[in-house]
Write a protein that binds this ligand. Structure first.
Ligand code: FES
Length: 146
């Protein structure tokens, strides 16, 4: 049911933890399953993501996608990080079962929420970034499911 990559990131998640005095922190939940994800970003003066950490109270797919999403955004500019979609994360993991697609939205949205927090703290606008949702259930699911 799960690819080897998903299992690897679930069993050995990268970047678990917190960042003290993070540049931005984003927390997003999914009211349907009760899962919650928090992403911490350390962003340098050139607006490059120096480090990213996560804490996920959630299912295996949520843990694997948060692990992969943090791997994918480290070293990227904030604009590039914004473009790391849940689809890109799923592709990097070799896919997720259809019922687990929504779990990957938690990772995408938690990154967006952390970028939003960073933008707010620094009084900047990140082009294309929408105000974060608290619950991914409020989103349209890209027609992937439901
Ligand atoms: Fe809730 Fe996966 S079942 S995030």
């Amino acid at each position: 049911m799960y690819t080897e990559k998903v299992m690897d990131h679930f069993m050995h998640p990268r970047n678990v933890g917190e960042i003290e005095n993070a540049s931005g922190v984003g927390t997003v939940g999914n009211a349907k399953c009760g899962d919650i994800m928090r992403i911490y970003l350390d962003i340098d003066e050139n607006q490059v993501v120096r480090d990213a950490k996560f804490k996920t109270f959630g299912c295996g797919a949520a843990i694997a996608t948060s692990s992969m999403a943090t791997e994918m955004i480290i070293g990227k500019t904030i604009q590039e990080a914004l473009e790391v979609t849940n689809k890109a994360v799923m592709e990097a993991l070799g896919g997720l079962p259809p019922v687990k697609v929504h779990c990957s939205l938690l990772a995408e949205q938690a990154v967006h929420a952390a970028l939003w927090d960073y933008a707010k703290k620094n009084n900047i606008v990140i082009e294309g970034l929408k105000p974060p949702v608290n619950d991914v259930d409020e989103l349209d699911h890209d027609g992937e499911e439901e």
